[in-house]
Design a protein around this ligand. Structure first.
Ligand code: F6P
Length: 522
C-alpha cells in the first residue's frame, strides 16, 4: 500500500491557493448562471442512487484538484488494499472486510477478481454462516408462537439492525414485533419486558465481543426475568450473535451465529448482527439488501475516481472540513422510516473518523470528522432549519429523497417532495431583504441523494455508499478509520466510579466528580 497524508501532497497546497483566491468567495448561483450544464457535470449516477451535487461550493477546477489530491494520497492503493484483505486496521492488526459479507459466493462471481482468492476461505465461511442464519430466520418467521423478537445490543450491534428494520417497515412480516434494547438504563429493558411474554419471546444477544457491559447487564437481566417467569427452554428463546461464541456458550446460550474480527462493529449489519432484519424482511429480502450493497462495492471498487460517487462525496467532505472549515454536516432524510438513519451515520462517521492522530500516531494539523446530525424532513424544518438558513455558521446538508411512496394517501408524497426540493432551493438561492430579519444569505451548500424507492436493495446501496465515503475522507486524512480507542477511557472510569458509588470512597477524585458522588449518595 502506497499512501501519503493529504497535507503532504502538492494538490493540497494547490487547493489552499485556489481556496484563498477563488474558493472562499465562490457563489453557486453565479456558477449556475455561467454554466447551463452544471447540473449534468455535478451529478452522478451510482447503483440504485442518483446524486445531485451541483448545489455544492465547487467548480471544475476544484474538482480536478480534489481528484489530484485523491490520486496523490494513494486512495486507489488504499482501496485496493482493503479489497485484497490486507490488515489496514493497523492498530488492531486486522483486515477490514465488511464488503466480503455482501460478496456473492466464488462460484457465482465474474472473472477478473484475482485478489478475492486471498480471502476465498473467509468467503466460504461467510456463505456457510449466512445460509445458516437465514435458514434460522425463516424458521422463526414461520413459528407463529414467537411474536416478539428482542434484540439486546449497543452501538453497531443495535444501530444497524434497528435503523434497517425501521426503514424497511413496509417489508416486515405482520405478526412479529421487533424491540431494540441498547441502553444500560433499566427503564428501557423494563418497558419491553412489560409488553412481552416468556413463551412468545426470542431474545437475540448481539455483541461482537460479548463483553460490552451494557449488553451483558441487559442480557443477564433478561435471562433472570425469563427464569423468574418460569422459562426453561433457553435454546429456543435465546440466541447469540457474536465473534465470541465461547463467551456466549459460557453464558448458557447454545444457539449462536458467528462473525469475524475483520468486521467492525459499526460495519456489522451485514453479518449475523443483521439477524433481526433477516427475521423482519425474510431471507430473500436480506439477500437483496446485501446485493444492493455489493452493487455499490463494485461501483466504488471499479468506477474511475471522477465518476465514483463515494469518492466524490468523500472529496467534498475534505473540501468542506479542511478548506471551508465547516465543522458539521446535517443529514435530512425525507422519509419518516429513515428516523434512525442520522443516528446510524453518527456512529459510522464519527466513530470511524473522529481521530486526532494519523495511522502512525502523529498529531494531525487539520480537522477530521465533522459532527453528523439531523432528523427526518419535514420535521427538521420546524425545529432547526432556521439556523441552517439564517444562522451564522454554514452547515452543508445532505438530503435523501425517495421518488415512490409505499402508501396511497393522496397529496402527501407530492407535498413531501416539494418540501425537500424547496429546502435545497432556499438554502442555495436565499432571498434579499433590506430589513435584515427576513434576509436569507443563500449560497448554502447541499447534496441531494435520490432513491427510486426505499427497498432492501436501495437501502443496502445507500448504507454501503456512506461506508465508502467515510473510507475516502479517512484515507485522505491518513487515519485509521477502523479502530475506536476513544471509547475506552470512559469504560474504565465507569467501572471505578461504579465501585465508588457503592462505597462512597472519594479518595483522590477530582472535586467535581467527588461533589456529584456525594450528592448522588445522599
Ligand atoms: O464502545 C464502542 C463499541 O465498541 C462500538 O464500536 C461497538 O459497535 C459497540 O461498542 C458494541 O460492541 P459489541 O458489539 O462488542 O458489544
Amino acid at each position: 500500500m502506497n499512501t501519503t497524508r493529504c497535507d503532504r501532497t502538492p494538490a493540497w497546497r494547490a487547493l489552499q491557493t485556489l481556496f484563498d483566491t477563488a474558493g472562499r468567495a465562490f457563489d453557486v448561483r453565479e456558477a449556475f448562471a455561467a454554466d447551463p450544464k452544471r447540473f449534468g457535470a455535478f451529478s452522478q449516477s451510482a447503483p440504485h442512487i442518483f446524486a445531485d451535487l451541483s448545489k455544492n461550493l465547487i467548480d471544475e477546477a476544484t474538482q480536478t484538484l480534489l481528484l489530484d489530491l485523491a490520486q496523490q494520497s494513494g486512495l486507489q492503493s488504499h482501496r485496493e488494499a482493503m479489497f485484497a484483505g490486507e490488515k489496514i486496521n493497523n492498530t488492531e492488526h486486522r483486515a477490514v472486510m465488511h464488503w466480503l459479507l455482501r460478496n456473492p459466493p466464488l462460484a457465482l462471481m465474474n472473472k477478473g477478481r484475482e485478489d478475492i482468492q486471498n480471502v476465498a476461505n473467509e468467503l466460504t465461511e461467510v456463505h456457510a454462516t449466512l445460509d445458516a442464519m437465514l435458514a434460522y430466520a425463516e424458521v422463526v418467521r414461520a413459528d407463529a408462537a414467537i411474536t416478539d423478537v428482542v434484540n439486546i445490543g449497543i452501538g453497531g450491534s443495535d444501530l444497524g439492525p434497528q435503523m434497517a428494520v425501521l426503514a424497511l417497515d413496509e417489508y416486515v412480516t405482520p405478526g412479529k414485533r421487533f424491540h431494540f434494547v441498547s441502553n444500560v438504563d433499566g427503564h428501557e429493558l423494563a418497558a419491553v419486558l412489560k409488553k412481552v411474554k416468556v413463551e412468545s419471546t426470542l431474545f437475540l444477544i448481539a455483541s461482537k465481543t460479548f463483553t460490552t457491559i451494557e449488553t451483558m447487564t441487559n442480557a443477564h437481566s433478561a435471562k433472570a426475568w425469563f427464569d423468574a417467569k418460569g422459562g426453561t427452554n433457553v435454546a429456543r428463546h435465546f440466541a447469540a450473535l457474536t465473534t465470541n461464541v465461547a463467551a456466549a456458550n459460557a453464558f448458557g446460550i447454545s444457539t449462536t451465529f458467528g462473525f469475524w474480527d475483520w468486521v467492525g462493529g459499526r460495519y456489522s449489519v451485514w453479518s449475523a448482527i443483521g439477524l433481526p432484519l433477516a427475521m423482519a424482511i425474510g431471507a430473500q429480502g436480506f439477500r437483496e439488501f446485501l446485493a444492493g450493497a455489493h452493487d455499490m462495492d463494485e461501483h466504488f471498487r471499479t468506477a474511475p475516481l471522477a465518476q465514483n460517487l463515494p469518492v466524490r462525496l468523500g472529496l467534498l467532505d475534505v473540501w468542506y472540513r479542511n478548506f471551508h472549515k465547516f465543522t458539521s454536516r446535517s443529514v435530512a432524510p425525507y422519509h419518516c422510516a429513515l428516523k434512525r438513519y442520522p443516528a446510524y451515520l453518527q456512529q459510522l462517521e464519527m466513530e470511524s473518523n473522529g481521530k486526532q492522530v494519523d495511522a502512525h500516531g502523529e498529531a494531525l494539523p487539520y480537522g477530521t470528522s465533522p459532527v453528523i446530525w439531523g432528523e427526518p424532513g419535514t420535521n427538521g424544518q420546524h425545529a432547526y432549519f432556521q439556523m441552517l438558513h439564517q444562522g451564522t455558521d454554514v452547515v452543508p446538508v445532505e438530503f435523501v429523497a425517495v421518488k415512490k411512496a409505499k402508501h396511497s394517501l393522496p397529496g402527501h408524497h407530492t407535498l413531501l417532495l416539494a418540501n425537500v426540493l424547496a429546502q435545497a432551493q432556499a438554502l442555495m438561492l436565499g432571498k434579499a431583504d433590506a430589513g435584515g430579519h427576513k434576509n436569507f444569505p443563500g449560497n448554502r451548500p447541499s447534496s441531494f441523494l435520490l432513491l427510486d424507492e426505499l427497498s432492501p436493495t436501495t437501502l443496502g446501496a445507500l448504507i454501503a455508499l456512506q461506508e465508502h465515503r467515510v473510507f475516502v475522507s479517512g484515507s485522505l486524512w491518513g487515519i485509521n478509520s477502523f479502530d475506536q480507542w476513544g471509547v475506552e477511557l470512559g469504560k474504565v472510569l465507569a467501572k471505578e466510579v461504579q465501585a465508588r458509588l457503592g462505597s462512597g470512597d472519594a479518595t483522590g477524585l477530582d472535586g467535581s466528580t467527588a461533589g456529584l458522588l456525594a450528592k448522588l449518595r445522599t
